[in-house]
Design a protein around this ligand. Sequence first.
Ligand code: NAD
Length: 378
Amino acid sequence: MNLAVPKEVHPGEVRVALIPEHVAKLAKAGADVAIESGLGQTLRIADEKYTEAGASVVANHNQLIQNADAVLRIRKPLAEEVALMKPGCIYISLLDPFNERELIDMFVTKNISAISMEMIPRITRAQKMDVLSSQANLAGYVAVILAAERLDKILPMMMTPAGTISPARVFIIGVGVAGLQAIATAKRLGARVEAFDTRPVVEEQVKSLGARFVKIDLGETGQTKDGYAKALTEEQLQKQREGMAKVCALSDIVITTAQLFGRKAPLIVTGKMVRGMSQGSVIVDLAVEGGGNVAGSQIGKEIDVDGVRIIGLSNLPGRVTVHASQMFSSNLYNLVEEFWDAEDKRFDLNFEDEIVKGCVITHQGEIVNEMIAKHYGA
Ligand code: NAD
């Protein structure tokens, strides 16, 4: 089976879907791996390293896609790339399937089996394939490093002959994978950290990292069976904002990571709350690509609102691209390996399996994923 890894075409995408370490493992399992020449450039990995690992290197992007039985990628394909694929080809990457109706229709028409890495179910067996977690973990780390660099203060407390400096205050809103890593990173840098999440189970995790959990009584909140937050009512959101305004006003750094699976992110930090913060403070909106938690945050931009810097830069994991690629590649390899038929040497979509049922969006000219079919009323 021919597994192809073309270069990314999404502007600014510097991560690489497959690194030589995992090419070697796939080649050993009998896969015929082909990569596009220059694939590893952003990681300073030369084509020869891929050749040594057992891949063939193809210079022609279109030809590579045309010959593929399966394509492994970080991001979704362009329409012209889908047009090149063989019917029955498997395309595996992040696909943002709740917002990509046209792309999904194209996969259906072209009879492509599309696998969305976001839709890998949250079960123990699939943790090793979970790119949302592996990338969110890094995003949480980068958000703190970025904010610390932009802040014109230090984070730790310092007692010096020239006086005592109190620790910076960091407030993390949304404590999933990214939020937990942001807390841990800010703590390591010596900040005083507070955090809030609507899922009550998070309180213990926040405390175990040495941060303070901000208590706001919102009534019934809870989480889905997959561990995701449930959407709040407008009244609950309003209560949350009121409860947080004071904490934001006292914080030097606010990092928001609040997401709702398959839905728009909730607006948590309003314009009034931003203006209530001290001049020079910094907000990082990690949910900016999902609709944004912060009023005024803009995708890919850093803006100044009355002296408060709002950072909406996208693809934060791409800023630590070596480790982001290493983890993404490992997640992809683990997925392929799990469903690799060693005898026939092919990736076998076993629809009896919970993971396959969860992440395959289209197959044999149909939307086969229940959640996505329901979302589009198909
Ligand atoms: P996410 O990216 O969907 O959301 C980030 C956080 O925002 C979540 O903690 C969510 O509760 C929170 N949030 C949503 N609305 C909010 C609001 N109005 N105010 C404040 N916070 C709000 O979530 P995630 O990081 O992917 O993880 C969610 C949970 O799933 C975590 O507990 C994580 O440990 C768990 N998880 C389990 C597995 C598994 O395989 N079992 C894998 C990954 C994650």
